[in-house]
Write a protein that binds this ligand. Structure first.
Ligand SMILES: Nc1ncnc2c1ncn2[C@@H]1O[C@H](COP(=O)(O)OP(=O)(O)OP(=O)(O)O)[C@@H](O)[C@H]1O
Ligand SMILES: [Mg+2]
Length: 324
């Protein structure tokens, strides 16, 4: 597989608050990458940085060889118009103009991309709606007249209409019930299989990702703590935070399940004093943290599996034997 997107040492700062710190990540063409992390960990900020919507302070984002962080003015607008990277917003209700019909919403990007012929637009809209499993007869409805699951599909249709190479879906299923959730997740996998589009799916629910993603990236406090092939990462996580996430997701299959309580600091645990701004982002919550964790860990990489932890692999020796 070839690399489609590369994020190198990305820093994003809002009002002097460092939201993403020294974050590096690669996305391979044709894969489905899941990004997981708790609320506020920086998932949306990361996805929005890729489409130029987050204030990048330093670092670089390269899409298929083009340094998109270096694009300015006209060059940037021209690149955006190609529609190669589509960001699908987290909240369908807020992202959709309540006064615009489904057809108009799906056509928006096409018009911006310079498709002006009405018949061509209509055909692309119908094709996009069909591709996401919506009946084209919904084209005349308003967002308020369709269900939550349908609204999520309309957002996807708007992105798909542009025939993107990379689709960044921000929490595409968190507002949906279980059956719609599975349908939309399947739909993303089908889109990848049929068109070869590369997909990044953001979620705070590990079980949603487990069925569709090839790889997973785990964010904590604006830093990537672990990323690698999803089956291997979930069955034997090397970062204590990933381990806690898997322990809290009962449907995820693990090699040796570790009880969540063994991964949380005990009441007697005294965290190492004065973890500074450069510390491991998880240090103050980690039961295995030591003085070494006051310095940010470098990622140790092994066969496409990276983990940012000073005690990666070793902390398990502190667990009771059965749980290792
Ligand atoms: N426009 C902004 N101005 C200031 N701070 C911001 C802005 N956008 C995000 N932040 C801050 O950046 C941090 C990360 O936010 P972000 O929305 O990326 O998290 P998230 O992982 O997507 O969370 P959620 O799961 O709730 O969607 C938060 O502390 C948030 O308050
Ligand atoms: Mg978010």
């Amino acid at each position: 597989m070839s690399r489609l997107l590369s994020v190198d040492r990305l820093d994003v700062t809002f009002d002097r608050h460092r939201v993403l710190a020294d974050l590096s990540l690669q996305v391979q063409a044709g894969e489905i990458l899941g990004i997981i992390g708790e609320t506020g960990s920086g998932k949306t900020t990361l996805a929005r940085a890729v489409v130029g919507l987050s204030p990048v302070r330093s670092g670089r984002i390269t899409f298929d060889g083009t340094d998109v962080t270096a694009l300015r003015g006209k060059a940037r607008r021209a690149w955006r118009r190609t529609g190669q990277v589509q960001y699908v917003f987290q909240d369908p209700l807020r992202a959709l103009d309540p006064q615009h019909t489904v057809a108009r919403i799906v056509a928006e990007g096409l018009t911006v991309a310079g498709v002006l012929d009405r018949a061509a637009i209509e055909a692309r809209v119908t094709a996009a709606l069909t591709q996401v499993g919506l009946d084209p007869s919904l084209a005349d409805r308003l967002p308020g007249q369709i269900s939550g699951g349908q609204r999520q599909r309309v957002l996807l249709a708007r992105a798909v209409a542009l025939e993107p190479r990379l689709l960044l879906c921000d929490e595409p299923v968190s507002a949906l019930d279980a059956s719609n959730r599975n349908h939309v997740l399947r739909l993303l996998a089908d889109l990848r299989d049929s068109s070869g589009v590369t997909v990044v799916v953001i979620s705070h629910d590990l079980s949603s990702l487990a069925g569709i993603a090839d790889r997973v990236a785990v964010l904590y406090g604006g830093r990537l703590v672990e990323h690698g092939p999803i089956d291997r990462v979930l069955s034997r996580p090397r970062h204590p935070y990933t381990a806690l996430l898997t322990a809290s997701a009962p449907s995820v299959r693990r090699e040796h399940p570790i009880p969540a309580r063994a991964l949380r600091p005990s009441p007697e645990h005294t965290p190492v004093a004065a973890f500074g701004a450069d510390a491991c982002s998880y240090a103050s919550r980690c039961p295995f943290a030591t003085q070494a964790c006051a310095a940010a860990p470098a990622s140790t990489v092994d066969d496409g599996w990276a983990v940012a932890c000073h005690h990666a692999g070793e902390w398990r020796s502190q667990l009771t034997v059965g749980a290792r």
